[in-house]
Design a protein around this ligand. Structure first.
Ligand code: FES
Ligand code: FES
Length: 158
C-alpha cells in the first residue's frame, strides 16, 4: 500500500492491520514517534493524519492510506524549530523527554485546528483550561504545567 509520510510517498508491503506506529518506526525508520502504552491511552505515539492528532498505536495503517501523515521528524530541526518547539526550549519543558514528541504533535494539532476554525479572527491565546482539555497525553515526569504554559505562549505568538 502507499503511505504518504512527511510529504514523501512510500510503497509498503505490510498487513492492513499493522499499527501505523509500527509502520513508521519499523518499516520507515522514523523512531521519533514513541511507543508507550500501545492502547491509545498515553499519546506518546501521536502523529498528524490529515492535520489532526492521531494515536498511531491504535490506527491500522490501512486507515491512513491516501491521507497525509506527519511525524515529529517533519516538525522542525535544531536550526529551524517550530514555534511550539521554541517555547518548549525557552521554558525547559521536558524532563526525561519520552513523551515529548507526542506532546508536541498534540500541541501543534491543537493550535493549528484552533487557527483553522477562526482564520480571519484576531485569535486570543488559548487558556490554560482549554489546553488542559485539548491535550490528554500523559507525562510520567509530570511536566504538565510547563507544557501548558508553552502551548499558551506558542498560541500567543502564532
Ligand atoms: S503508545 Fe499510543 S497511546 Fe500510548
Ligand atoms: S518528560 Fe518524561 S514522560 Fe514526559
Amino acid at each position: 500500500m502507499k503511505l504518504e509520510v512527511n510529504g514523501v510517498i512510500h510503497e509498503l508491503d505490510v498487513e492492513d492491520e499493522m499499527p501505523l506506529l509500527w509502520a513508521l518506526r519499523e518499516e520507515l525508520g522514523l523512531r521519533g514517534t514513541r511507543f508507550g502504552c500501545g492502547m491509545g491511552l498515553c499519546g506518546a505515539c501521536t502523529v498528524h493524519v490529515d492535520g489532526r492528532a492521531q494515536r498511531s498505536c491504535v490506527t491500522p495503517v490501512s486507515m491512513v492510506a491516501g491521507k497525509p501523515v506527519r511525524t515529529i521528524e517533519d516538525l522542525g530541526s535544531p536550526e529551524a524549530m517550530h514555534p511550539v518547539q521554541q517555547e518548549w526550549l525557552r521554558l525547559s519543558v521536558p524532563q526525561c523527554g519520552y513523551c515529548q514528541p507526542g506532546m508536541q504533535m498534540a500541541a501543534v494539532a491543537f493550535l493549528d485546528q484552533r487557527q483553522a476554525e477562526a482564520p480571519d479572527a484576531d485569535l486570543p491565546p488559548p487558556t490554560d483550561e482549554e489546553v488542559r482539555r485539548a491535550i490528554t497525553n500523559i507525562c510520567r515526569c509530570g511536566c504538565y504545567e510547563r507544557i501548558r504554559r508553552a502551548v499558551v505562549k506558542a498560541g500567543t505568538v502564532g
